[in-house]
Design a protein around this ligand. Structure first.
Ligand code: C2O
Ligand code: CU
Ligand code: CU
Length: 433
């Protein structure tokens, strides 16, 4: 293919996989693979993806999570592809957009189910010149969360899942249960971490091996952050890290159990072993050091407008029993309503306030924002460094202030990325003019 163009086909369809010996599990998959095929392009590329919806009954869309694509190409719930239908998604990725994105369905009221049934994949935009040494490799680790019944079926959401978000029994890494990576001693490795689970908060650790954080949702940081023992990834978030595997031995990438505000009884232990790294006694070629500066990240300037978004949960008795509602500014999602009107090119301060009993990761479509500060119990902490983000956890009781600028016009969703909450209405529409 000629440089500067990327073409691909994606078909969403039912598939059968074997997670357990001899037992078939029906899933939904892009091109028969779960996760969907890894898409890798270079910034500046013109992307054309032909999409076919071969799901029985269900309409769907593909949303390009985190990418600056035109609103009418972004898989909004108001642009469904009907069952049996097709469409072309076409967009150009501007210079500076290199980062670790992902794609997943976003149909009205069905996103959570379509994602946990298998529809999600990584979408990597590479920079023209990568400051990270090629010798580090570039390994995506796409985390999904599987719940499997004894008969091999993936069970539907329960009441507890709708409240807390669905947490599965197995965290899969690139679709596999606890894979092993073998490396020679002295290797340095670059990993791209994607939390593509519906609701599991990841607290990742490599044990004694320290991690160097080099990137966030929207690409590289300005400078590496060394000596990290844990990396937190809320549902929807991504990070890039470099790990040095100095001595022979076995290291395990684990996620630790942390409570993010569980409603009701039966909070699962969320600790899990994700991947094993076997470091052999062979010696790796010495790799170049990580540069001290990775890139520069624009200063968004002072905000012209300040807006407030408040997350709340309510419980009420309805005909069918207890009914939970997940709201933003007291309202539930309505795709025919515009909640906020913003001006393209204008920097705004978005204050996201969590008045609910559990954490809610806030996500905005169509752009990358910067976290300015976080307030908790009246204490304000400024962000320690600049980073491009499209998803940020807003812990219960916390307020997170974001610098937001949208450059492309059209309707953009913002929502909690616990997909069951998004599905239950914790979402709004920002119309960019
Ligand atoms: Cu990844 Cu609207 O979401
Ligand atoms: Cu998104
Ligand atoms: Cu939520």
């Amino acid at each position: 293919d000629e440089p500067g163009r990327f073409e691909a086909e994606l078909t969403a369809k039912p598939a059968i996989v074997r997670f357990a010996e001899g037992i078939d599990t029906p899933i939904l998959a892009y091109n028969g693979e779960a996760p969907g095929p890894l898409i890798e392009v270079t910034e500046g590329d013109k992307v054309a993806i032909r999409f076919a919806n071969r799901l029985f009954r269900w309409e769907t869309t593909i949303h390009w999570h985190g990418m600056p694509v035109p609103a009418d190409q972004d898989g909004n719930p108001m642009d469904p592809v009907l069952s049996g239908g097709e469409r072309l998604y076409a967009f150009e990725l501007p210079e500076g957009s290199a980062g670790s994105y992902w794609y997943h369905p976003h149909p009205h009221g069905r996103t959570a189910e379509q994602v946990y049934l298998g529809l999600a994949g990584a979408f990597i935009v590479k920079p023209r010149q990568d400051p990270i040494p090629a010798a580090y490799g570039d390994t995506p680790l796409f985390f999904t969360d599987l719940r499997l019944a004894a008969d091999g079926l993936i069970p539907a959401n329960t009441m507890a899942d709708l409240m807390n978000g669905r947490v599965g029994d197995h965290v899969l890494v690139n679709g596999q249960k606890k894979p092993t990576l073998t490396l020679p001693a002295g290797s340095r490795r670059r990993f791209r971490l994607f939390n593509a689970s519906n609701a599991r908060f990841l607290h990742l650790t490599f044990g004694e091996a320290a991690m160097t954080l080099i990137g966030s949702d929207g690409g590289l940081l300005e400078a590496p952050v060394t000596g990290r023992r844990t990396i937190d990834l809320a549902p929807g978030e991504r990070a890039e890290i470099v790990v040095a595997f100095d001595r022979p031995g076995r290291l395990v990438l684990r996620t630790e159990d942390v409570d993010h505000g569980w409603m009701g009884p039966g909070r699962p232990d969320m600790a899990a072993e994700l991947m094993t790294v076997e470091v052999t006694a062979d010696k790796a070629e010495p790799a170049p050091a990580l540069p001290a500066r990775l890139r520069s990240i624009a200063d968004l300037g002072s905000p012209a407008v300040r807006r407030r978004f408040e997350f709340t949960e309510t419980m009420s008795m309805g005909e069918g029993g207890m009914k939970m509602a997940f709201l933003i500014n007291g309202t539930s999602f309505d795709m025919n309503r515009v909640d906020v009107v913003t001006k393209a090119g204008q920097t705004e301060l978005w204050e996201v306030v969590n008045r609910a009993d559990m954490d809610h990761p806030f996500h905005l479509h169509g752009t990358q924002f910067q976290v300015a500060e976080t307030e908790r119990d009246g204490r304000v902490s400024k962000a320690p460094y600049r980073a491009w983000k499209d998803t940020v956890n807003v812990a219960r009781g916390e307020t997170v202030r974001l610098l937001v600028r949208q450059d492309l016009p059209g309707p953009r969703m913002y929502h909690c990325h616990i997909l069951e909450h998004e599905q239950l209405g914790m979402m709004g529409v920002a119309e960019v003019q």
